[in-house]
Design a protein around this ligand. Structure first.
Ligand code: S3P
Length: 167
């Protein structure tokens, strides 16, 4: 067993914050697929979306997920759309324990409403977009995850505790 832990869930669910803490507690290396893409390309996610559109970004994301999911003993926070491609879902399911951090749309909206770093929410009706993404992706997150944690407005330490009980 590769002993990897992969976090999935929508933007604003807390994958990076929670993942980083869990990695520290379990003494595993922490990765974030968006940060890894930014590190490799030297530009930000919004710039990649602008230059290469969502398709170009998804190709970079798939390459990073394939590579990182085959590492050993890591915690990985994936981007919210990582579950869209079947090959990503396969890599995640086959190479680690997948945790779905599930937050409701109100909570996600509250956390992302002033964020300019998320290109998918830069449109006339970002809240409606978030609702649409939730409806589209919730079944995919459920498909890949063996652990589902409802964040339910709880503080970070309570969510971390809940995850550690389930691992
Ligand atoms: C995306 C989520 C973002 C980032 C990109 C696309 C998505 O990651 O990968 O903006 O499709 O939901 P976070 O979930 O870390 O915000």
């Amino acid at each position: 067993m590769a002993a990897n832990i992969f976090f999935v869930g929508l933007m604003g669910a807390g994958k990076t914050t929670i993942g980083r803490i869990i990695a520290k507690h379990l003494n595993k290396a922490f990765y974030d697929s968006d940060h890894e893409i930014e590190r490799r390309t030297g530009v930000s996610i919004p710039v990649i979306f602008e230059l290469e559109k969502e398709d170009g970004f998804r190709k970079r994301e798939a390459a990073v997920i394939e590579e990182l999911s085959h590492m050993q003993d890591i915690v990985l926070a994936t981007g919210g759309g990582a579950v869209l491609l079947p090959e990503n879902r396969k890599h995640l399911m086959e190479n680690g324990t997948v945790i779905y951090l599930r937050a409701n749309v109100n909570e996600l909206w509250h956390r992302t409403r002033n964020d300019k770093h998320r290109p998918l929410l830069q449109n006339d009706n970002p809240r409606q977009r978030l609702e649409h993404l939730f409806a589209q992706r919730d079944p995919l997150y459920r498909e890949v995850a063996s652990i589902i944690v409802d964040t339910g407005g709880q503080p970070v330490n309570a969510i971390v505790h809940q995850i550690e009980q389930k691992l």
